[in-house]
Design a protein around this ligand. Structure first.
Ligand code: OAD
Ligand code: ZN
Length: 403
């Protein structure tokens, strides 16, 4: 079960860390790439810098030995032996290439919603009345204090504790192809984690409070524990992105089965099979290699363009397509991460070195105007945030409801 006792001090990253300037980042990138250009080993970023490297290198080879212009003469040693001036020129070119890739100027056009990238500024924004539609995105981290393990925390996470199932790889327990050949591990686990035995955490109640305050546009959860439902969040406000135990289907003929029927099967340790075709019956939770529910895509399309503030709680943001939702809000929309560690960030320098710019939270970016992290325990983060909003007692009342 989850280690939920680790209550860490809240840390406002934006306040504590001095952001690096764009120039520093670019210089760092140039230094790394410059080093790699001199290396004899191929790297993953070859594609990204190839366009820079080849012409300058060829020119260098031609200049240094005009009689012998054969391209094959160039190798990495030639580059290493180049004089300081050529190297400086290469670095300057590389810098401007990276600056254009970072496209720092484009960001200047995006309106600034927060006065500064701090939790206080997010609170001020909510209090101003300008922030009317909040979307919350949650993962297993909001339920660990209820006694439900998350997936990826080393040691306590589910994927570190599946030895007894003898799986080829941890995620196999939720993999549809593996399930078809060996459904038993999933059903043993389903019995252990069956919804109903757990109570909502202060984080769930905080989401409910946002709804009570008329600010919640929608709550998107990857969790299948239904704790937001237990906390009284109406079904129409919740999107269960990874499905639910409420219904089940035969994976062969799609015949539907009720929650009661499936619960009985699970608790008598049987492998549920279809009365029509003898196919396997599985709760409608989304397995790897299965589609997300149509409601997910439908709601994403209508909700995200309207979002005034995105609050991300307790998720490693590693599973797609859920993780990419953070990039579906308008470019100026503030995003608040409440989690034990920073997740969802793509270091702009590394992104360029790998030839892609994938979006993600800009927590450490020099031009971050909208992303804020409240690092530590989710429940503590929600309580702190509620208190800053003047909602301390409202939250306490809700939390007391289910004791
Ligand atoms: P993960 O286990 O991948 O990530 C949980 C995140 O929450 C990590 O960053 C933890 O550090 C953090 N965390 C845990 N407890 C916390 C606490 N009390 N306070 C603050 N942070 C805490 O779980 P998910 O991101 O939900 O999918 O995983 C996503 C998906 O991967 C799941 O829905 C599941 C899994 O495979 C399927 O099975 C399809
Ligand atoms: Zn069937």
């Amino acid at each position: 079960m989850a280690d939920c006792g680790g209550s860490k001090t809240m840390e406002n990253v934006a306040e504590k860390e001095v952001p690096k300037t764009a120039e520093e980042k670019v210089n760092k990138a140039a230094a790394v790439v410059g080093k790699e250009a001199g290396s004899t080993e191929a790297t993953e970023c070859e594609g990204a810098i190839g366009g820079m490297r080849d012409p300058s290198i060829r020119k260098e080879a031609e200049d240094s030995d005009e009689e012998d212009s054969d391209e094959e003469d160039y190798d990495d040693e030639d580059y290493d032996e180049s004089d300081g001036e050529d190297r400086e020129g290469f670095m300057t070119m590389l810098q401007s290439f990276l600056m254009s890739k970072l496209d720092l100027s484009k960001d200047a056009d995006i309106p600034k919603v927060l006065d500064e990238v701090t939790v206080e500024a997010v609170v001020k924004y909510i209090k101003s009345g300008e922030c009317k539609s909040i979307i919350t995105m949650a993962g297993a981290g909001i339920s660990t204090s209820a006694g439900i393990p998350d997936f990826r925390t080393p040691g306590s996470g589910l994927y570190s504790n599946l030895e007894k199932y003898n799986l080829p790889f941890p995620e196999a327990i939720f993999d549809i192809e593996f399930f078809k050949t060996n459904p038993q591990p999933f059903f043993v686990l389903a019995k252990e984690l069956y919804p109903g035995a757990f109570n909502p955490t202060p984080s769930h109640w905080f989401v409910r409070l946002l709804h009570d305050k008329g600010l919640l546009l929608r709550h998107y959860t990857q969790n299948i524990d239904t704790l937001e439902h237990v906390a009284g969040l109406p079904a129409e406000k919740t999107v269960e992105a990874h499905g639910t135990f409420r219904t089940s289907h035969c994976i062969a003929c799609r015949k539907e089965y009720s929650q009661e029927w499936m619960k009985e099967e699970i608790f008598k340790d049987s492998i549920p099979t279809c009365s029509e075709c003898s196919g396997l019956v599985k709760p409608d939770i989304v397995f790897f290699r299965e589609n997300l529910p149509p409601r997910f895509f439908h709601c994403v399309q209508s909700d995200f363009p309207k979002c005034d503030l995105l609050i991300i709680l307790g998720t490693s943001l590693t599973v797609q397509p859920f993780a990419s939702l953070i990039d579906n809000v308008p470019p100026s929309c503030p995003r608040l991460l409440i989690n034990r560690e920073k997740t969802g960030s793509v270091d702009p320098v590394m992104a360029i070195l790998h030839g892609i710019f994938t979006g993600g939270l800009a927590l450490d970016s020099p031009n971050n105007k909208r992303d804020v992290a409240l690092l530590g325990d989710c429940d503590d983060g929600c309580k702190t945030f509620a208190e800053m909003l003047g909602w301390k007692e409202d939250l306490e009342k809700l939390v007391a409801t289910k004791k």
